[in-house]
Design a protein around this ligand. Sequence first.
Ligand code: 13P
Length: 246
Amino acid sequence: MKKLVVANWKMYGQPAMARQLAAAVVQQAAQTSAASVVMCPPAILVADIAKSLDNQMVAVGGQDCHADAEGAHTGDISAVMLKDAGCSHVIVGHSERRTNHGETSAQVNAKAARAIVSGLIPIICIGETLAEREKGEAEAVVGAQLRQSIPDSAAQGNFVLAYEPVWAIGSGKTPTTDDIRQMHRYIVSVASERTGVAPAAVAVLYGGSVKAANAKDIMATEAVAGVLVGGASLKADEFCSIIAAA
Ligand code: 13P
């Protein structure tokens, strides 16, 4: 299976830098047939990036969408708007949304369901905090997030999961590949049970301090379908090396 390499730009990027970065990524993606690449810029740059890509080498995704089809929701973006702007994917339930915007797994579930009916593939994020890991609760927390966040409409090929331990995001710290393997196996088994999708067809990305130096080992780990990259996705050289590592 091709590795999926997803860039989450978070709230970074201006148009000129974004176009330059996108062009470099397209060039790299064209040389790396073992990877599918998705770039998730801030919503205001989505249409511009999608237009500038104008080919099938690199896909575009949103970083969040509203659970409703439309409505009086000031400041929000709908899944259909993302789709119309050229997106194929949307990240939902990122820990920064769960923490900073108080999003619950039930809300993440509704967003993922809306993404699916709108023709987008939701990248559903889950992950434990350091305190939860230290208490030995990592699997219990992630398991509960999964059961509550994966919508009933999830089926083979229409959703992706991303395991992002909160303590690894932006910290330079990563779990060992043994820890990643163990958690990804667990996620696959829970998601398979929840959706009826065969374990081999459940795609789980790893995210949290992925960079060029560790991408190869992480992507070679059993049950890792690809990576979700934050900070390192904003640097063309670094992100291109991660794509090459696939
Ligand atoms: P970093 O790669 O900056 O740790 O961020 C990970 C992340 O949150 C991707 O969604």
